[in-house]
Ligand binder design. Sequence first.
Ligand code: DQA
Length: 146
Amino acid sequence: MKILVINGPNLARLDIRDSSIYGDLNYAELKSLIENAASTHGLEADVRQSDDEATIIGWLHSAADAKTPVIINPAAFTHYSYAIRDAAELLKAPLIEVHLSNPMAREEFRHTSVISGVAHGTIGGFGPNSYVLAIIAMKNLLSGAN
Ligand code: DQA
């Protein structure tokens, strides 16, 4: 089964972001990790990144129409994009929110997620492994295991 993995702004520049917060993988390596983990669990991940809110909203609309399950790291949009939240709310299949870091252990403005309320669940704080955990959770959700 196909799943869509959406990465928000600045995640394509993990090569120059703080590796003590976001881990050691660059974006290409993170993308491979996600694709391989999905394949290990019998899923086919379409992994995308955009710095543009409208592009992400368009992807969510298409996923809603196609009933595609979505894993999203909305990055900074997590904390303030009501437009992405409203688009995410349209999804028919499960939505899982992921973060490389643990936003709750960081600056106060990161403690709010406007996305969490429309997600099945949120996984954060495990570096790139957050995505692997999200894929396992998604696999279980899709197979009715939780
Ligand atoms: C992030 C956390 C956000 O607060 C931040 O703006 C990001 C990445 C994470 O994966 O830890 O860009 O979503």
